[in-house]
Every structure is written in structure tokens, then in C-alpha cells.
Write a protein that binds this ligand. Structure first.
Ligand code: NAD
Ligand code: GLY
Length: 355
């Protein structure tokens, strides 16, 4: 694949997304880390694989590290507090850059710590999972979970740079690759019917980690997400479309306990549920179901009591007033917000979830 650079256009906070193979061996990171110091946040799985490559890119900087425990169950305020302690103990100044090296969990935690420390220090995303490369590293949503809800605590804090080395996907477990494909399918389903068609033709190549196929899918997702974020950074409108499948998905994650199902798996089942709520023409619902299945993802929710899922949906952040708001599909490639879903319609979908 050829290296590409995209831009997230946010006026003076605009930033590049560099996508390429082997960027962790060649990128001139020192030009972006402008201050004398940086704190690299990663976890105990990713550190042995890639930490030395990032430190080698910054030979002249004062570098600190925080190694988090791996897993969604550790995406907590406690993890953020550990990073803030490290920054404070190192007497880090406002010109210290926080670098997130890892998947979406590390990126969300480190980004939130960067947003909080001294009311905001520079932040760089180096995503190493497919999910993080196609979604979570772009757009500046940062935060952690609360026992009452997924990502309930957080801040918008845009990175200065997103550095995507697609070679890091070579060590990603198959289950995690599939979880990333859920967000890839989501981008196509909400915004690009042709890309959806391309995915139907290329999902097997993606599962085999064909470099060109992965490079194209990552680029197309980043283009879609960058355009949405540029138009609606703070989710006052269109950005909500990126949450297709997430209302059900977050409820699944919350009901099962974080870490039981992967985020991408929960979103996959959530997209099928949301497609059932949508009145899709022709075979569109079946095509979405089939693509999700072929990507190695669940197409129905786990056997959790419908009441538990309903309660989890009840505190979803996407609720405005008392009405339930869902992202539905008009067709494959076009999504819309429906804030008038009746309890009856919802119950039909949730009843699938009865144990
Ligand atoms: P993750 O961060 O837990 O990573 C998945 C697993 O892969 C972990 O065990 C991790 O240690 C390991 N890993 C990471 N890179 C690896 C590599 N190159 N080789 C081998 N193992 C590697 O999960 P994820 O799917 O990347 O991210 C999910 C999180 O992202 C969720 O918390 C979700 O809420 C969040 N998210 C955020 C946004 C956003 O806009 N901020 C968008 C989507 C998802
Ligand atoms: N993943 C949804 C968003 O970034 O808005």
C-alpha cells in the first residue's frame, strides 16, 4: 500500500492522519513533539511489541512511560488518576505531550488524561488495533467508563497527530481484527454504499490481512470520519450517525460487564438490531447481517434479560428529554436520526434478547 496523509479540518486545531506501513520505524515524530518532554501511555500487551519503536523516534526528549493493565474493565477513572500522578510527579509542564500507543482503550484513557492535566496538554494517537485505526483515534472523543454507563465520563480533546502504522496489525489477534471490522462496516453502512459493496467483495482479503485491502479500508474509514468530525465536532447533529449500532452495543457491554464481549462485537450485534428497527428496502437488512457474519462477528445479542438491556438503554447518553433516539438506516450508505421510537417497536427487538 502507498502511504497517505489525510486532514481533520478543524481550523487552528486541524491535524494530520498519516497512514502507512512501517511508519513506526521512519516517522519524524520529533517535529510534532515540540516540547522537551513526552509521556507515552500504553499497556502490558502493546509495550513489549511496540514501545521501543516509539521511544526510538524521540531520542532527544525526556520520556516517561505509563503501562496500563490491559482490558476494557480497566478503562476507569483510576487509570486516568495513575497517568495524572505520573505527569504531576514528573513535574510535567504544559508543553509535555501525551502519546497514546495502543488500541481504543489506551487512546480513550490517555486522551482524557491529556485533556485534564493542566486543563489540556498536547496529545498524539498511535493506534495499534484496527478498531482504533479506523475509528477511535480520530475525532477527539476521550473518556472512561462508569459502572452506570459506557464512556459516561469524558471530554473532547483533539490529538495533534494520528500516526497509523498498519504493520502493527500483524500481531493483532483474529478476534480483535474482526472487532475492528465492525466499525469498518459501520462507516460503510452509514455513509458509503459503494464502500459497503467493496467490503462485500473484499471481506475475505481483509480477514487474511491483505495489506492493500486493509490500507484502503482504513483510509476510507478515516476519510468518512474526518469529514463528519469536521462538520460536527461536538456531536450536535451529524456526528451522532457514527453511533449506528452503539445504543444497543453499549447496552450489551454494560449488561454483560465490560470486557466480556469486545466493543466491536457488541456494536456488530447492535447494528443488526438497529437494522431491524430500520425499514430498509429490499435485501439491505440481510446484506448487512451477512457481511457482519462473514466478518466473524455476532449477529444477535447475547442471552441477557431484555429488562437488563432496556435499563442499560435507559441511561444511554443519546437520549434527549425522555424520548429514545436511535440511528437508523434509510439504505446501505445512508443513516438518519430517529428520535421517535415507540416502546412497542423497541420491545420487539429487545425480546430477541430474552434468555
Ligand atoms: P483495546 O484497546 O482493548 O485493544 C484490543 C486488544 O488488542 C487489547 O488486548 C490490546 O492490548 C491488544 N492490542 C492492541 N494493539 C495490539 C497489537 N498491535 N497487537 C496485539 N495486540 C494488540 O480495544 P479496541 O477495540 O482497540 O478499542 C475499544 C475501545 O475503543 C472501547 O473502549 C470503545 O469504547 C473505544 N472507542 C472509542 C471511540 C472514540 O471515538 N473515542 C470510538 C470507537 C471505540
Ligand atoms: N465513535 C463515535 C464518534 O467518534 O463520534
Amino acid at each position: 500500500m502507498t502511504a497517505t496523509t489525510l486532514t481533520v479540518a478543524l481550523d487552528e486545531r486541524s491535524y494530520p492522519i498519516h497512514i502507512g506501513q512501517g511508519l513506526l520505524s521512519s516517522f519524524d515524530l520529533a517535529t510534532v513533539v515540540t516540547g522537551p518532554a513526552a509521556l507515552i501511555v500504553t499497556n502490558d500487551i502493546v509495550a513489549p511489541l511496540y514501545l521501543s519503536r516509539v521511544t526510538a523516534l524521540l531520542p532527544d526528549r525526556d520520556l516517561q512511560q505509563v503501562i496500563l493493565k490491559d482490558g476494557e474493565q480497566h478503562k476507569t477513572l483510576q487509570a486516568v488518576a495513575g497517568i495524572l500522578d505520573a505527569l504531576a510527579n514528573a513535574r510535567a509542564g504544559r508543553d509535555t505531550t501525551v502519546i497514546a500507543l495502543g488500541g481504543g482503550v489506551v487512546g480513550d484513557i490517555a486522551g482524557f488524561a491529556a485533556a485534564c492535566y493542566m486543563r489540556g496538554v498536547p496529545f498524539i494517537q498511535v493506534p495499534t488495533t484496527l478498531l482504533a485505526q479506523v475509528d477511535s483515534s480520530v475525532g477527539g472523543k476521550t473518556g472512561v467508563n462508569h459502572p452506570r454507563g459506557k464512556n459516561l465520563i469524558g471530554a473532547f480533546h483533539q490529538p495533534r497527530l494520528v500516526l497509523i502504522d498498519t504493520e502493527t496489525l500483524s500481531t493483532l489477534p483474529d478476534r480483535e481484527l474482526s472487532a475492528g471490522l465492525a466499525e469498518v462496516i459501520k462507516h460503510a453502512a452509514i455513509a458509503d454504499g459503494e464502500f459497503f459493496h467493496w467490503l462485500e467483495a473484499n471481506v475475505d482479503s481483509l480477514l487474511k490481512r491483505n495489506a492493500d485491502a486493509l490500507g484502503y479500508a482504513i483510509r476510507r474509514c478515516c476519510e468518512i470520519k474526518a469529514a463528519v468530525v469536521a462538520e460536527d465536532e461536538r456531536e450536535s447533529g451529524k456526528r451522532a450517525l457514527l453511533n449506528f449500532g452503539h445504543t444497543f452495543g453499549h447496552a450489551i457491554e454494560n449488561s454483560l460487564g465490560y470486557g466480556e464481549w469486545l466493543h466491536g462485537e457488541a456494536v456488530a450485534a447492535g447494528m443488526v438490531m438497529a437494522a431491524e428497527l430500520s425499514e430498509l428496502p429490499g435485501d439491505a437488512r440481510q446484506r448487512l447481517h451477512n457481511l457482519i457474519e462473514r466478518a466473524g462477528l455476532p449477529t444477535e445479542p447475547p442471552p441477557v434479560a431484555a429488562d437488563k438491556l432496556r435499563a442499560a438503554i435507559g441511561i444511554d447518553k443519546k437520549i434527549i428529554g425522555k424520548r429514545l433516539r436511535f440511528i437508523l438506516l434509510r439504505e446501505l450508505g445512508e443513516a438518519f436520526i430517529d428520535d421517535n421510537i415507540s416502546e412497542d417497536r423497541l420491545s420487539r427487538i429487545l425480546d430477541h434478547a430474552k434468555p
